[in-house]
Ligand binder design. Sequence first.
Ligand SMILES: NC(=O)C1=CN([C@@H]2O[C@H](COP(=O)(O)OP(=O)(O)OC[C@H]3O[C@@H](n4cnc5c(N)ncnc54)[C@H](OP(=O)(O)O)[C@@H]3O)[C@@H](O)[C@H]2O)[C@@H](O)CC1
Ligand SMILES: [K+]
Length: 456
Amino acid sequence: MPAEYPTLLPREPVVTAAEMRAAEAAAVAAGTSGFELMCRAGEAAAAGIAAFYGPAPVLVLAGPGNNGGDGYVVANALRQRRWPVEVAALAPPATEAAQQAAALWNAPVMDIADAEPRFVLVDALFGTGLTRGLEEPLLSQFHALARASSVVIALDLPSGAATGDGTALSPLVRADLTVTFGAMKPSHLLHPAAASCGRVVVADIGLGEIETRLFRNGAAPTAVLGADTHKYRRGHVLVVSGAMAGAAWLAACAAQRAGAGYVTLASETAMPPSSLVVQPLGAIDLARADAVVLGSGLGRDAAARTRARRVLGAGRPMVLDADIFSLFADDPASVFGLGAVMTPHEGEFARLFGDLPGSKVDRARAAAARSGNVIVLKGPDTVIAAPDGRAVINDHASARLATAGSGDVLSGMIAAHLARGEAPFDAACAAVWRHGDAALRGRDGLIAEDLVGLIR
Ligand SMILES: NC(=O)C1=CN([C@@H]2O[C@H](COP(=O)(O)OP(=O)(O)OC[C@H]3O[C@@H](n4cnc5c(N)ncnc54)[C@H](OP(=O)(O)O)[C@@H]3O)[C@@H](O)[C@H]2O)[C@@H](O)CC1
Ligand SMILES: [K+]
């Protein structure tokens, strides 16, 4: 990679419930008790709550497990700050640590059925130990209390959210703030659960670095161009157009704005003169392209297939998008094993990989392993997975990206990163972040052309 493009910054780990339990067990084996961890968690959550909201009446809903235990610690810590606090429990604390935390509270605890709403509701019902959806009458009472509260704060996870796959096991209460412990969990980033977490704050409870291969996408480092750079050093992107020239044109413009020094549009249709080089495919030396976008605007007819095969054979770093997933739905082997970046949305993904089991992360990982390509499984919670099992969830995005052409822009951006020598996984992560960043700086009514102008 040219020296002017720094490598990616460290990313935030995202851990599963099992990884979290293993980290907790390791801490306990090393001499820190579960109760000590719970105290750190509850104290940190109380400090977070006090940082966001002034002293106000609080109702803590405590479940039977350690999430409930955290709730008792929060109640005690806020009471020590002279906040008026009440606690309502679903059942008596069932774990030793939670019993110690309840002893710390050492004040009356009411039944949830008798609880009245207060300004702040702290949801300490269930966290990573949730095994099934909330049942009646708890579910209705929980929602009623939340509706009548001004602020809802979830400890670790909104109760009802599974930890690992973003699903809601029962209807979720939308929190304003979720204080989680040690590291983010997949459901803080995967939808629909992510939409119910509100602002997510990670409290350090001294577990150290938790080993994982899943991360939250982080900012792409800014390119610092050397004074001696030149357009080819910044990378030559080729976008192969076809029946839908507009989509390919968008990808090409996005590649330019994302930093490619030279962009060629392979098109048989003449276009107005511009900084894009437009040439018929037959006149292009494919070996000179540092990265290729294949699929955006390509079309789905026999001619598109012939064009695609010719370009695939060139073995260049590649972004495979849009029409590629239809063109090769019956022959996926032709687009596998290329070390390329594939950017399907859910529908396109199903065309190529069928109905894979598991979470969005599981499915993207399985597809990456099967295809030998980096998979960018797009959506509000885009997942990027490499064949070696690394995966990243991107939440730096906006619903404004749900507009025609937005995917073509992303493809061009990924190609710009590939063309400057970045590895496919890094290129995809960086471009997805910048793509979301552009949309976040946009306004409602944003269209793909605007997005190109907003790339930074
Ligand atoms: N890991 C760490 O390092 C640290 C973790 N900490 C905290 O611990 C939390 C995890 O605690 P946890 O494992 O005790 O599970 P938790 O979420 O409290 O629920 C389990 C209980 O609920 C019950 N239950 C489940 N579903 C139910 C339902 N639908 N309806 C009714 N009951 C249901 C279940 O019973 P059962 O399934 O056996 O019926 C069991 O009694 C974690 O989120 C974090 O907050 C911190 O203290 C700091 C250190
Ligand atoms: K909770």
